[in-house]
Design a protein around this ligand. Sequence first.
Ligand SMILES: [Zn+2]
Ligand SMILES: [Zn+2]
Length: 152
Amino acid sequence: MPEKSEASVEEILARQALDLDRLKDAFGLLGVSPCSWCKKFLRRSDPGALFDAGGELICYSCIPEWWPQRCAQLSTKDRESLEGKLVFWLRDYHHAELFKDPAKLPESSLQELHIVANCLECRGTGKSLGQERCRYCDGRGTVWVIVSRKKG
Ligand SMILES: [Zn+2]
Ligand SMILES: [Zn+2]
């Protein structure tokens, strides 16, 4: 095999990509993963740090920016299931509250996160099984998911 004195740009890039992959693997072993959106590394074991959106991990601070763009790319069915998962995750880890009346939302300066979602109970139809008005969303089919700013 002839030895090359100078590596081509492609070779250097390929080597760097390999190094980067190895680095990512190493980070993975350490229990940290990058947010797919801002690329910041976060500890996976921190509850509520990263949302697993089925293949991609999104950090909490990127959710408001990421979600509207992500859900625009999804089919109705996929959007529904991912949205449900996201709402539960926000409730479990970030004490998100669901509001059915937009007039009752906390002041916007007190909101840390604000997402409008389909009502999980009636799947956005506004009707319960008996065709009555869904009481979880007051028949709007929409709920407001709010995380309040932490005080102090
Ligand atoms: Zn992020
Ligand atoms: Zn409903």
